[in-house]
Structures are given as structure tokens and as C-alpha cells.
Design a protein around this ligand. Structure first.
Ligand code: AAL
Length: 404
């Protein structure tokens, strides 16, 4: 930053402090950090030339007034049984967990064998850990020890939209029917291949699953590749946030409609100061089987990776991880569209699938209380663990639990 920029920044901060009411003088309580810097003393103890009396961080802190209701940490707990680490097999991207009768159910991506990446010259070779995958399911009596039950949805016949890979499933139970939504890829799997979202329906969590004849959702047709080389970063036009891929579907019954949240990836994706340029959208339908219309407000987040959303008191809560300037936050939209940051969190579970509790309105974190997520073991093989919300730190500091 040069001298001129520094000075104009200082006068901007000064005027902002005046606009914000210089709350140290007006009696409006400031966060502790803002009060101490308002004394005009820098951290080194010398007198500050900053005439506003507020550092840049203190000015930002004026907006950080929310309480800790949405804040939490997470514990990761090994699962026993068939979802634990197994060399040679990837199990990853678990769905939401549902309880049917005495059993918990989960669906997940299962895929044997190492991947070799793109450009091997052999189109049959596995390019990603989630390539050449199928959706399998497991059940548990206690949510810790899981028994793999078998295949739920497999790949389609050659030439169909799901002939190459079927993966990253989510589940919705509605009016006695079970809906699985998942990602599909049609061969050949190249860097520029556009993936889609599809659905299968069953009358029981144990199947049989009937696939819909057409995909539910596709990337937008708004970008344009540059040249014919199979490089996803070379574009004439990037298009919308979901011009390349629609990923991580999560179907919710919300306000008497079916809301399909998803992650978008863009042709010609770039990095920003928050990392990968990733955002989520939502598409809404009157019937579970569609047609799904993308919201005109898309994208509804500017960050995040695998979609994790739960209902809370008439709105939708979300945990955003991994990518973008607002990664590692819990957000809430009272209308399902306009998400606001409610808490900044540390080390969220990866690719979490939430236990769908009937109690999600009891508190902001009830719908996030526990679920399954994926981790990577020796050799990079994906496996599935359990996560639980941990509020010990918050409870200790707020005096609800003894601090030790
Ligand atoms: C995951 C998800 C989707 C991607 C891949 C498998 O973490 O975002 O499912 O396609 O990675």
C-alpha cells in the first residue's frame, strides 16, 4: 500500500467512525476490542496517529454483534462396522441419515480402485475417486456401528445419461415415498464433461429404486469453451456460477414445495481471496419429480462446498465449508434464499450428511446435532465417520459448565 492509498484509507476510516456514531463517546456498547482501540493506544502502547480512534479491525467489529447461539465446534467419532476404513474401496459423500423403524439409514458413494486422473489416454481409466461409482446404503441400530446392505442405485446402460458414474446422494422422505437425488456423469469423463443431477424413487428405504427417465437438473448453457483442448480453465465466456457442474444435490420439502439446493461449478473457474470460486444455488418444484426451476436469486451463497442444509423455525440453516470467502460459517436464511452469517466455525465436518431429526426447531443447532461425514485414510481411501456438535467451549465460557 503506498502513502497516498494509506492516507485516503485513514480518512475513510475516520469518516466511517463518525458515521457509525463513534460509539465510545455515545454510550453504545462496543465489542471489547473496539473499546480498547478507541482509547487511541496501539497494541505497542505508543500513541496512535489514527485520529478516528478506531482501528480497521475495530470498525469491522462494530458489525460483529451476534451472540453465540449458532457457534459450535465438532467432534469426529470413528464409526464401526462396514463404513470404517477399508483399503481398496472409497466410501464417501454420505447422504442425510434418516430413521425408519428401529434403524438409521444412510446412502453413500461406493467405488473400488485408485484413480489415475485425466490424460492417461485410456478413457476407461478412473479419473476421480468418485468416478465409476455407485450409490450403496447401510443401516445401524445406534448410529455408530453400520452394516452395509448393498447397492441402491447403479450406473445405467451404455449411452444413458448415467452410464459412467452415479454418486453423492441425498435422501428425502415425503408422504411415505423415498427420493434419492444424486450426481450422474455420462461417458466419456473428461475435464470438460458437464455432470447432471438425477433422481430415483422408492416406496421403502430398502428399494427397489426406480430411476426417473431424465435428469432433474443440468448446468446452465451460458458459458463457452475456448479451443478444443480438454482444459476446463480455458473459456471465451465463463457463464453463470453453475455453467460447468451441478453438484451435491440436497432436496428439502419447504414452504409446500420441493427445494433442491446444489453446488455450482463454473466453466473457467478461478481463485478468489477465499479460495475456489464456488457457490450454491437452489431450484424449486411443485412436485418432487420436477420440473425444477432455478431461482432467479441464484447463487444463494458465495462460498461453501458440499451442501449441508437443515430446517429451522420457518427458514433454512446452512453450514458452508472448504471454499470461498465465507467458508467455515453457519448461515441462516429465513426465506431459504437470503443467507446471513450467524457463526464462524472451525474445522467443520467434511461432506456432512445430517441426521434428519423431528426436533430441528428446538434450537439453531438441533438440525446439525450429529451426522456422518467422510475422511481419508492411508493411501487416500475415503471412509465414513460420525460427527457431533460440541458446545463445551461455549458452555464453559458462558458459565453453564465448569471451566477447567
Ligand atoms: C465432493 C462433492 C461432489 C463432487 C465430488 C464428489 O466433495 O462436492 O461429489 O463431485 O467431491
Amino acid at each position: 500500500m503506498n502513502w497516498k492509498t494509506r492516507n485516503s484509507r485513514r480518512s475513510f476510516l475516520t469518516s466511517l467512525a463518525v458515521v457509525t456514531g463513534a460509539s465510545a463517546f455515545s454510550g453504545i456498547p462496543l465489542p471489547a476490542a473496539a473499546e480498547s482501540s478507541a482509547s487511541g493506544t496501539t497494541s505497542s502502547g505508543s500513541s496512535s496517529p489514527n485520529t478516528s480512534g478506531l482501528s480497521a479491525a475495530s470498525i469491522r467489529a462494530l458489525n460483529y454483534t451476534k451472540g453465540p447461539e449458532w457457534f459450535c465446534s465438532f467432534d469426529i467419532i470413528p464409526t464401526g462396522g462396514d463404513l470404517a476404513f477399508e483399503e481398496g474401496i472409497h466410501r464417501r459423500d454420505p447422504s442425510a441419515v434418516i430413521k425408519v423403524g428401529d434403524f438409521f439409514y444412510v446412502w453413500y458413494t461406493k467405488s473400488p480402485g485408485m484413480s489415475s486422473g485425466f490424460g492417461t489416454g485410456d478413457p476407461a481409466k478412473k479419473v476421480f475417486p468418485w468416478d465409476l461409482s455407485e450409490v450403496w446404503y447401510a443401516t445401524s441400530k445406534d448410529g455408530f456401528l453400520w452394516k452395509e446392505q448393498g447397492l441402491a442405485v447403479g450406473r445405467g446402460p451404455a449411452g444413458s445419461f448415467d452410464d459412467r458414474s452415479v454418486f453423492t446422494a441425498e435422501v428425502l422422505v415425503h408422504n411415505g415415498k423415498y427420493y434419492l437425488v444424486y450426481q450422474v456423469v455420462q461417458a466419456p469423463y473428461l475435464n470438460r464433461t458437464k455432470n447432471k443431477i438425477a433422481m430415483a424413487v422408492a416406496d421403502s428405504p430398502d428399494g427397489p429404486w426406480k430411476k426417473l427417465p431424465q435428469p432433474l437438473l443440468e448446468p446452465s448453457d451460458t458459458g463457452e469453451w475456448l479451443g478444443a483442448v480438454d482444459n476446463r480453465f480455458l473459456v471465451k465466456k465463463k457463464g453463470t456460477f453453475d455453467s460447468h457442474k451441478v453438484h451435491d444435490p440436497c432436496l428439502m420439502f419447504y414452504k409446500d414445495q420441493f427445494w433442491l439446493y446444489y453446488k455450482g461449478e463454473r466453466m473457467g473457474e478461478q481463485m478468489t481471496f477465499g479460495g475456489r470460486e464456488i457457490a450454491w444455488g437452489v431450484a424449486i418444484a411443485d412436485n418432487p419429480e420436477g420440473p425444477y426451476i432455478k431461482s432467479k436469486f441464484n447463487p444463494v451463497t458465495n462460498s461453501g462446498h458440499e451442501v449441508m442444509v437443515w430446517p429451522y423455525r420457518g427458514g433454512i440453516a446452512a453450514l458452508l465449508s472448504t471454499d470461498g470467502p465465507e467458508k467455515n460459517t453457519i448461515q441462516y436464511a429465513k426465506d431459504g434464499i437470503n443467507f446471513e452469517i450467524e457463526a464462524v466455525i472451525n474445522r467443520p465436518p467434511e461432506a456432512g450428511g445430517l441426521f434428519r431429526t423431528p426436533d430441528s426447531d428446538k434450537g439453531p443447532l438441533e438440525g446439525l446435532r450429529w451426522g456422518l461425514c467422510h475422511s481419508f485414510g492411508p493411501g487416500g481411501w475415503g471412509y465414513i465417520q460420525r460427527f457431533e456438535v460440541d458446545e463445551r467451549l461455549k458452555d464453559e465460557i458462558m458459565g453453564k459448565r465448569k471451566y477447567e
